[in-house]
Ligand binder design. Structure first.
Ligand SMILES: [Zn+2]
Ligand SMILES: [Zn+2]
Ligand SMILES: [Zn+2]
Length: 224
């Protein structure tokens, strides 16, 4: 007879689950959350039937966490964030949940090979908000950039020159042939931009870094 099919096991098993509050002791999910609860032996005593154990030698864990405990799937906790990368588009795949990702976060664990995962999985695995905080600041930056390039403070002058006044600086996007250049306080920069939008985005970056002044004096200082 299969020991795990016996009445004794069924009784022991349901008692362990009851003592654990009817939820997974690792992730806290219950049957009502759609998980299958199982009883795991934290240690084995050779020759003993599986129900002949003290209750505290066993624990209730869901099937997913159970597989992790036996090394079949990656551990769910205890990961360390080791770096991140922007792939430029959704060409990456989260090694944890399989979703397509643009920003990959490298995580490492003492009991598993390093994995590249998405923002949400990185937060879960590292029990931190590191990835989501980073993404949040990126989203805020992108939001500010969008507001800046489409701001009503830009005015269009004759010759299709776009002008904005930022602190004491007058910044102009000047068409030069098919491209664009920056003019700051009447001083023309050397750098050429393929579109007015690129030029505006560059102005935004310089303002964010606080280097608009320095940039323009450097750009013109090399002029013959
Ligand atoms: Zn087990
Ligand atoms: Zn679980
Ligand atoms: Zn994921």
């Amino acid at each position: 007879m299969q020991p795990y099919r016996s009445k004794e096991w069924a009784k022991f098993r349901s008692e362990v689950i009851r003592l654990d509050g009817n939820e997974c002791t690792v992730c806290g999910r219950a049957t009502s959350d759609g998980v299958v609860l199982q009883v795991h032996h934290k240690q084995y005593f050779p020759g003993r039937p599986p129900w002949d154990y003290p209750y505290d030698a066993c624990e209730t864990i869901c099937r997913g966490c159970h597989a992790a405990a036996h090394g079949l799937i990656p551990p769910k906790f205890g990961w360390e964030h080791a770096g991140w990368d922007d792939l430029g588009d959704l060409t990456g795949t989260c090694e944890c949940c399989g979703t397509s990702i643009r920003y990959t976060f490298l995580v490492q664990h003492p009991d598993w090979r390093p994995m590249e995962v998405g923002e949400i999985c990185c937060d879960h695995l590292t029990s931190s908000q590191l990835a989501s905080n980073l993404m949040e600041s990126k989203r805020r930056y992108a939001g500010r950039l969008k507001r800046f390039v489409s701001s009503s403070r830009w005015c269009v002058l004759p010759g299709d020159i776009h002008r904005i006044t930022q602190k004491r600086l007058t910044v102009e996007i000047v068409p030069v042939g098919t491209a664009f250049k920056l003019r700051v306080n009447t001083r023309m920069g050397k750098k050429v931009f393929p579109s007015a939008l690129d030029a505006k985005a560059n102005v935004f970056e310089l303002i964010e870094q606080g280097t608009l002044h320095a940039y323009i004096s450097k750009q013109v200082s090399h002029r013959p």
